[in-house]
Design a protein around this ligand. Sequence first.
Ligand SMILES: [Zn+2]
Length: 470
Amino acid sequence: MADHELILRSARVIDARNGIDEVCDVGISGGRVTAVGPGLTGSAEREEDLTGRAVVPGIVDLHVHLSPWLGGRAGHSMLALAGVTTALDMSGPIEGVVEIARDHGAGLNIACINYVRPGHTVRSTEPGADELRDLLAQSLKAGAIGLKLLGGHFPMAPEAAARTIALAAAEGAYIAFHAGTLATGSHIEGMLEACDLAAGHPLHLAHINSYTRGLVRPPMAEGEEALAALQAHPAIISESYLSPINATSAGCSDGLPESHQTRACLRMGGFAPTEEGLAAAIAAGWGMANVERPAGVVLESGPEAVAYWRARGTRIGVSFRVNPSEPRLRLATARGPAGGFVIDALATDGGGIPRNVIVTMGLALVRLEAWSMTDFVRKACDAPARALGLDAKGHLGVGADADVTVLDLGRGVPVMAMVAGEAIMREGVVLGRGSRLVTTPAGAAAARAAGIPGPVVAPGTMLRRAAMGG
Ligand SMILES: [Zn+2]
């Protein structure tokens, strides 16, 4: 028997948690890292010569969409092609996410948080403690790791948002918030409100850059306010993304876009916040329909895109170019007084939305010398794995899961992704099948029943962040 099943040879290995940035080898057996160092000796069943490449821990995207209403079936392959090995679906519904993961997986680890949506998973905009507790229990049992407050799209009363956050803290469940309530909106005031509603409990505050679009004050002023608020609320873990486009629901009922976010985007482009306004925006190019093609989801505008949207009963995603560049860059690179990043993770809000740019845009920041490669790994691998409570991911220490992303730093692209030592993507070809659903113990049976068992995280171990100074 060989000493290693696989040795990755002669790559530049970057592992922020273990302080490694050097050309060396990585030994892998049984889906785990067994050795890291220069010139590994011993026999191997297989070797990969990665001379000239960079090896980083598998990329963890803390904000994606892989659900029937947002993202859809193509998201798994799109993530694998982007070099991502683990991702958090940020809305559910958990049942639809599990079905898609079962039928359209590309070998990734997938976690899901289930939305708290009035009229869908809760009855009203003011769900009480018992109703929320039932929803959380059902969600965990179905395989989710917690809940998502979709305030920016489907707002609730501020007290209901605060109740949900406190409940998740008491149960040790994951909780994320797209800021906004009936009292505010999806903008900087909503974000500041969300920091207060968290009341010191752990919370994942989603896509910070989306609150700095200049809806209330100039974008850069809002960016600085957002950074100051995060520094004043150290229990809040956060991510931002670098894509210029957003994505939201194009679903309409009674002549209106159901999502408040969609209405706000229409107003920003000078269109009426109605179904007809959305049709006009897609026809004119301000709205970009998320169109599912065989190779993945693409953005399309014009009359044919309007017809596609109508043919699907308006139930697709739509994107708008609403993210100004200056706060995006400032938020991604901002550091606290002790040198640590204010915003923990680089995410994408991608998945089935065509903006899976962690590697391409993250490495652009490295080329600009805004980040070192260690910074890239901290934000794209280490911090998000820690947030999910996945101690064996986000680094390449001995015993870590052999999830690896291989990068071509010259071209700034991912060339291979591995999960548990098996390639799920190689040179633009998706090889992975199935999924590994990240669950809590309450959801392990549901994951097994769906044929997609994955890592089990203990309640209370999620939403941990490295100290801002670290
Ligand atoms: Zn999202």
